[in-house]
Each structure stands twice: as C-alpha cells, then as structure tokens.
Design a protein around this ligand. Structure first.
Ligand code: SF4
Length: 351
C-alpha cells in the first residue's frame, strides 16, 4: 500500500481572462499521508483554495488545469489514479467527489441551499453516494449530526439553514462531508467566519473525528494558530507556488523562508509587550502580475540584489523533511557566481 493518500506533482491551474493568463497555481507539488493532516498556509490570493478546488476538479472556466498530476491512492492503493485524467462527467469522478474526497468551505451559507431543510440536504448527499433507502439515509443523517455533537439532531433535521447559528451551520457542513465517510477532507478556511469559542469547538471536533475515522485532512488557512493546532505537515504558498514545506515542529522551531518568518512575526506572542505587530510590507500582487525572479522579492527584507529579481529559486531540501525555495539556502558558491556574473554585490534590503 502506498504511504501517501494523495500526491500532487507540478500542478498548474491557470485562468484565461480577457486581461491575460493568471497562473493561480503554478507548479505545486504536495503529498498528503494516509490519515495525516497537511496545512496549506498563505495570504489570500496565493492559490491555496484553487489547489483545493483542483483536487476535486471543481475549477470552472475560465480556469483550467493545464499541467501536472493529482495521484489519488484511495481506491487503487498501490498505483493510484490521476484525478486530472478523469472525464468531467464520469461516474468515477462523481464517486471521488463526496464519497472519497469531501470539502467544507469558509461560509456554509454559500454551500447550503436556503430552500431545503438541513435533513433534506444531508440525506440527498447520502442517497447520491450510497445504495440505501430513504429511511436508512435519514438514520445515517441523524447519526452523523449526533457524531458532530449537534444538539437535538432529530429537531435540527427539520430546520432551514437560516434558523441555525454560524457554528451549527458549520457542523451541518461537516456532517454532510462526513456522511459518506471520505478518506480525505479538504477544509477551506472552515473557521474564519466563526467567533473564537466556536472556532475552538469546531477545531477540536475535527481533530476528534480525524482520529476516530482515520481520514486525512487538507487544512487550508491563512491562520498560523489554526495550522499549529491542526497540522502535522505544512506547505507555505506564495503566488501559486509552495515556498516552504516541512513538518510542523521544524517549521515553528526554525522557519527558513523569509515569507514564513514574516508571517510568524506578524502574529502576537504570549508575553510580548503590547505595541505594533510587524506587518509584511507591501501587498500580495495580483496573480496576473507576478514579479520576475523570486515572486516575493519586492516584499522581502533579505532579497539579494541582482539575484532575487532575476532568477526564480527552486524548492530544495535543506534538512531532513524540510524544503525551502530561497537563494539564501542555496549552495553559497552558486549565489556568489550569479552575483559575480551580474557584476553586483550581495546586498540586503535593496528594494
Ligand atoms: Fe527573499 Fe531572495 Fe529568498 Fe526570494 S529568494 S525569499 S527574495 S532572499
């Protein structure tokens, strides 16, 4: 049996707009272990969600997967199957979505239908994927609501989404996602719209369910606190690329990429004196306007003049289980050669 449940290799998902091609995901490679929890971290607009949608083949025109492979080892556990090769309307893809891989979103109201009761919607998902009768589907729906610690699940079945609080709606979404016992759950900022108490409850619930059901989770978030709480491995994304990949302990003990370090400096720490938090300078540029060289160079406090703005660094291993895409961690001699070729001195903070 292959140790990974999903392997993404050099995935490219581009959007063909009137203004030009937007490479929202531009060569992403990731692995999700069986039963593991991978955190995908980055600011808005870095391609995290598009990566999640690509796995489920939910990208719609003008977006398109233009390259790479998404190999899923959930059904063919030895050789896997490439999800990018499945026909959009095929039975196989229909089975993968929901029954094998499920997704929950930031704002449940955009995914739940306001015209149908919660019970109807969960039962519909069950009937779509499982060969059961209506009364069996109802029983599974109530059991799943109970499993996600929904108070009075039988009564909630009769409620419409607007009659529930944000936390309860998110529990319904999780129940819908879990009703078919998927092997992988993609959670796209599932707690961003919730207050901190409800967020803590939902995160705890997801951790418990992951242990109980042995499913893997891809946790998409901009929140380092959520990553620390939920993930075993982390991939940091910036402008459509993974710039750092590591296990959680190594990332927090010794972050390497200047972007990851800047993200960490921008969160408050226990014991830190009140004052202004460090902000990452500048903004994420629009994905259609990616700077030449290292895409982070206009915002990077450690940029090497003449190198970072001319060449793109590659992701490479810097120590066991930790990879980074940054010239600061490349072989020193290479950087020196490039610096000499450009006839420029290595300087920091030149931009
Ligand atoms: Fe900064 Fe250069 Fe590293 Fe990019 S390659 S993160 S610009 S130091």
């Amino acid at each position: 049996m292959h140790p990974n449940l999903l392997e993404i290799t050099d995935l490219k998902t581009h959007f063909f707009t009137e203004q030009g091609v937007v490479p929202a995901v531009n060569g992403v490679s990731l692995q999700i272990k069986r039963g593991g929890a991978l955190g995908l971290l980055g600011e808005s607009g870095c391609g995290k969600s598009v990566t999640g949608y690509s796995i489920l083949r939910l990208v719609r025109p003008p977006g398109e997967i233009v390259g790479g492979e998404i190999r899923y080892y959930g059904r063919d556990t030895s050789n896997g199957e490439d999800l990018t090769a499945l026909d959009d309307r095929s039975e196989e893809l229909r089975t993968v979505r929901g029954a094998e891989i499920a997704m929950i979103f930031q704002e449940p109201m955009t995914s739940l239908d306001p015209l149908f009761t919660v019970g109807n919607q969960i039962m519909e998902a069950i009937l779509y994927h499982q060969d059961v009768t209506k009364s069996e589907a109802r029983k599974i729906a109530i059991e799943t609501l109970d499993r996600v610690r929904m108070p009075q699940p039988v009564d909630v079945m009769k409620n419409y989404p607007h009659q529930l609080s944000g936390g309860m709606r998110q529990r319904v979404m999780i129940a819908m996602a879990l009703s078919c016992q998927p092997k992988l759950l993609i959670a796209d900022e599932p707690t961003t719209a919730l207050d901190v108490t409800t967020e803590a409850q939902i995160l705890e619930l997801m951790r418990e369910l992951q242990d109980e059901l042995g499913m893997a989770i891809l946790f998409i978030t901009h929140d380092l606190g959520v990553i620390a709480e939920m993930a075993e491995d982390v991939a940091v994304m910036y402008l459509g690329k993974v710039v750092e990949r590591s296990d959680i302990e190594s990332l927090f003990a010794e972050p390497q990429h200047p972007y990851t370090k800047a993200l960490m400096q921008s969160i408050p720490k226990v014991g830190q004196k009140a004052g202004r938090l460090e902000a990452i300078r500048g903004m994420v540029p629009p994905p259609g306007n990616i700077p030449a060289g290292c895409p982070f160079h206009p915002r990077c406090a450690s940029a090497i003049h003449g190198v970072c703005n001319t060449r793109a660094p590659q992701l490479q291993q810097t120590r066991a289980g930790h990879s980074v895409s940054c010239f600061l961690y490349e072989d020193e001699s290479k950087t020196k050669i490039v610096t000499q070729i450009n006839g420029l001195d290595r300087k920091t903070t030149p931009y």
